[in-house]
Design a protein around this ligand. Structure first.
Ligand SMILES: Nc1nc2c([nH]c(=O)n2[C@H]2C[C@H](O)[C@@H](COP(=O)(O)OP(=O)(O)OP(=O)(O)O)O2)c(=O)[nH]1
Length: 135
């Protein structure tokens, strides 16, 4: 069975958090949705929350899937989940972080697999969020 890699679409004020990789060499300098591999016996949402604490010192609430499941090399698949946070991320394993607006998505140098979710990510960012709900 394919190993699952989970990535977070952390959304705030209509932007999504992108993180720039430092390793391996082929991926260094390219952007991803932060996350990592689900460990055996671990729940996907729990894995994602754990990875974001480890990589970004960030507590998130994990929500619904975004976009298609994408095949990765080495019998792995990438699944993206929408996340919310009240905190500020710190780059502990990446060399840059950026809040990306929908119109900037296409122009970023994403890892190849992540390109497949950009249309759905754009739709998600354009939806009115909690912060823009009239009170
Ligand atoms: N986290 C993350 N990984 C991605 C994305 N797109 C993509 O192709 N990948 C690939 C890159 C890596 O080969 C793999 C995740 O590895 P990782 O280094 O981020 O996470 P990890 O610590 O759990 O990995 P590992 O030590 O078990 O190899 O998935 C993405 O958007 N986010």
């Amino acid at each position: 069975m394919a190993r699952i890699v989970v990535g977070a679409a952390v959304v705030r004020d209509g932007r999504v958090l992108a993180a720039r990789r430092t390793r391996p060499a082929a991926a260094a300098g390219r952007w991803e949705l932060p996350g990592g591999a689900v460990e055996p016996g671990e729940d996907e949402a729990a894995a994602l929350a754990r990875e974001l604490r480890e990589e970004l010192d960030l507590d998130v609430v994990v929500g619904d899937r975004v976009g298609p499941e994408v095949a990765l090399p080495g019998e792995r698949v990438l699944r993206i989940r929408a996340c919310r946070t009240g905190g500020e991320p710190t780059a502990l394993e990446h060399d840059a972080l950026r809040w990306v607006a929908p119109e900037e998505l296409e122009g970023l140098d994403w890892l190849d697999a992540d390109r497949a979710v950009l249309p759905d990510l754009g739709d998600l960012l354009r939806q009115p969020g909690p912060s823009s709900t009239p009170s």
